[in-house]
Design a protein around this ligand. Structure first.
Ligand code: PLP
Length: 378
């Protein structure tokens, strides 16, 4: 069997380092905002090359805290891609604002800048909502097109937030995720490129004033002294135990990113033109959270791979504007055609840093065989 992700292989490699980190927390007993949280924040900001990192309870809470800190709420439009995980849009509604779904680019599968411009103009003309923020998603680990998105956000007076839940460690034009947008939210959900053993996330920024607000909001809006409630906050802290796990994993993270790049390059080479490959825009280096291809007759290809002992996943089977929870914010089928087409054809293949060349070859050969078999039958 070839698993979709192999967290056990990583755990075997980390071995005693991981256990020593966890035991240290059990020893000092400071389970909430213990010393590992601060230590991790320093490591994360050094890694990303940004001034501040704030550990929080999940990627979803990182996004929500960022919106709360800007005072985004009722009457505000927040532009999000239609092709993403529900959390990107869920937090907009949780903050009381309205998500506006933007189509994506068929190659990079990240937010389409032209469609964003059109929808910002349309919201402005309609006058009911104020265009207030853009949440760009670094889908599958590839940074969104921040050069253009920073420009559009700037011209329209909008806050640009990077949903980098899948892309910690990626680069664009020599800069790491964390420095590509004014504020970046990431996730340490176990299957993300840098994952802990539970829920966790972080906010990254160069803005010290914003970082101070994030630290306050994650801690019930705490003010300068412990008894003051300076603002509305939440219980949004990163657990000390999860910070300890992440400190052990950070030691091997750079090597794991390189291993993911090797797996992706081998897939590209072995799959050739049998399927639609992920785009590789100039200057960008993905964190390869997910390696996803486009195939016709996806569900049959998936079944053939399953029979060959190869685990696959579908991210995402439905675009958000067609999900029942968001239907009121969309214009129905056909309104985001690229996202809708990707949902029909996308297929994620096994991808993790401990996949050897033989396993990549077995997957690629099975994919090519399944796709060719389907073409013959058609
Ligand atoms: C995983 C993910 C999130 C949410 O992260 P959690 O840590 O699970 O809350 C948000 N956005 C995207 C694009 C994700 O993939």
């Amino acid at each position: 069997m070839i698993p979709f992700i192999d967290l056990e292989a990583q755990q075997r490699r980390l071995g005693p380092r991981l256990e020593a980190r966890i035991r240290a927390v059990l020893g000092h007993g400071r389970f909430i905002l213990g010393p590992e949280v601060g230590e991790l924040e320093a490591e994360l900001s050094a890694f990303a090359g940004c001034a501040e990192a704030v550990g929080v309870s999940s990627g979803t809470d990182a996004l929500l805290i960022a919106l709360m800190a800007e005072g985004i709420g009722p009457g505000d439009a927040v532009f999000v891609p239609a092709f993403t995980f529900t959390a990107t849009a869920e937090v907009v509604a949780a903050a009381g604002a309205e998500p506006v779904f933007v189509d994506v680019d068929p190659g990079t599968r990240t937010m389409d800048a032209e469609d964003l411009e059109r929808r910002v103009a349309a919201v402005g003309e309609a006058g009911r909502l104020k265009p207030r923020a853009v949440i760009a998603v670094d889908l599958f680990g590839l940074p969104a097109d921040y050069g253009i998105l920073r420009d559009i956000a700037g011209r329209n007076g909008m806050f640009l937030l990077a949903d980098a839940a899948q892309s910690f460690g990626a680069r664009q034009d020599g800069r790491r995720v964390g420095r590509l947008a004014p504020v970046t939210a990431t996730s340490f959900y176990p299957t993300k490129p840098l994952g802990c053993y539970g829920d966790g996330g972080a906010l990254l920024t160069d803005d010290g004033e914003r970082a101070a607000r994030y630290r306050s909001i994650r801690h019930h809006g705490a003010g300068a002294d412990a008894d003051e409630v300076a603002r509305l906050g939440m219980n949004g802290r990163l657990d000390t135990l999860q910070a300890a796990v992440l400190l052990a994993k950070l030691e091997v993270f750079e090597e794991e990113l390189a291993a993911r790049r090797r797996v992706a390059a081998a897939y590209d080479r072995l799959l050739g033109n049998a399927v639609g490959l992920p785009a590789r825009p100039a200057g960008a280096e993905s964190a390869w959270a997910v390696y996803a291809v486009l195939v016709e007759d996806r569900d049959r290809v998936r079944r053939a791979l399953d029979e060959a002992g190869i685990q696959t996943r579908v991210y995402y089977p439905r675009p958000l504007h067609l999900q029942p929870a968001f239907a009121a914010h969309g214009e129905g089928p056909g309104s985001r055609p690229v996202s809708e087409d990707l949902c029909r054809r996308i297929l994620a293949l096994p991808m993790h840093p401990y996949m050897d060349e033989a396993a990549v070859r077995r997957v690629a050969e099975a994919v090519v065989k399944a796709v060719r078999g389907m073409a013959r039958r058609a």
